[in-house]
Design a protein around this ligand. Sequence first.
Ligand SMILES: CC(C)(COP(=O)(O)OP(=O)(O)OC[C@H]1O[C@@H](n2cnc3c(N)ncnc32)[C@H](O)[C@@H]1OP(=O)(O)O)[C@@H](O)C(=O)NCCC(=O)NCCS
Length: 413
Amino acid sequence: MPVRDLTAEDFVSYRTLASGAFGGGVDPASPTAPRDFSAGQIPLGIDASALPGGPRGVIAAGARIRRDQVALGGGVARCGGIAGLAVHPAYRGEGLFGTLLAAVIARCHAEGMELSMLYPSNPSIYRRYGYQVVARGRSLLVPLVDLQRIPAVPGRRLVPVTAESMPRLRRLYHQLTSGDNLMLRREPPLFPVAVPAHPWSALLLEDDAGTAQGYVSWTRRTDAADGPGLEVHELLGRTRADRQALLRSLGSWSTVTERVRIRLRTEDPVLDVLPGGGARPDPSPEPLVMMRVIDTAATLRARRAPAALDGTFELVVQDATVPAGTCRAAGTFLVSVQHGTITVTETDEQAGAAAPVLGTCRLDIHSASLLLVGGRTLADARRLGLRADADPAAESFLDALLAGPRPSVLDAF
Ligand SMILES: CC(C)(COP(=O)(O)OP(=O)(O)OC[C@H]1O[C@@H](n2cnc3c(N)ncnc32)[C@H](O)[C@@H]1OP(=O)(O)O)[C@@H](O)C(=O)NCCC(=O)NCCS
């Protein structure tokens, strides 16, 4: 079944399909209605007319691939973010999902992307195609009385974020997340340089010299009477004191609302400076993040290696979830690390390695997708029942290479 690039002419048909699946109205007659796919995305689809009795002008299945970039082990990887994947109700249960997703994976490979990512509503259907849950969105409900007790932090001041200061916030975000795994780089055109639309607000935390040391962004909520009056999207500070200063600033909202919801990264450093014991996990469903390795060698090359780690091991990745050649996750690779640089060569498993190797690590695509995005060990993969066998020296080496924070994805400022 042919999967093709969608164009501006397909936009209304795709929007009709997507809003039919996910909700949200489409009024193509409105003068403000978008007329084309947003820049930075690759829309793909299957025509209903390619199916028996299918009409023209209807998209039977469609999805968009976002050209995202993510922080990865001190480097940056290109990542195809899958969005708006839907199959028309007339054609569900006939295998179009698999056809489309295999084409999406192949396209991510053709575009030179190392990884692919998505937020699933049903993880099991994506797992069959090699995507693995690597992170969960987490938010805390925090009573504002807890934050009012935080003492003032000397040498710090707050300034409103405006169009002029937004580039400073973006630069600080890059600095403070560059050591994370999977935090989006948030580059244009997917993330415009402009200040996000009202009612988004933010404050920069500056030192006495005017250097940005942190920021907090939020939206004021008045819609739910018993819900938190403030949604904090992010609270990032360079030091513990900076995070405390930003938390303290939130305490000032206690006259108009009792609680704040704070969106967190995995093992967020904010947790370590949160005073009081009144915080509770947000009871809303936790959004899941799934990742898939598209190109094993390029994923490894995208990261930096710890300075003191030198050695060579063999890595075998098996991928039975898509036909051979769909992408470059599967293969036998010789991975060498020297002076912080990682070199990867694909080898023929039968030929064996010419250089002395520490041993072999064998991963299936599920454990490769879990591990190569960092922050976990082969033992973690085995605990999930995924295949991750290795010679002891090779296992310790790969664990050390991939050590770092557990992955987090926050999708907006
Ligand atoms: C989910 C969706 C994309 C599946 O598309 P589809 O073409 O009907 O799926 P397929 O026929 O290729 O089936 C793929 C597999 O997923 C399973 N599946 C399909 N829909 C499912 C559902 N809602 N819940 C659980 N399993 C489902 C099928 O049973 C099938 O498994 P099998 O291979 O063991 O038989 C489609 O139902 C849809 O568009 N739903 C609304 C939008 C949506 O949920 N998009 C995904 C957002 S993350």
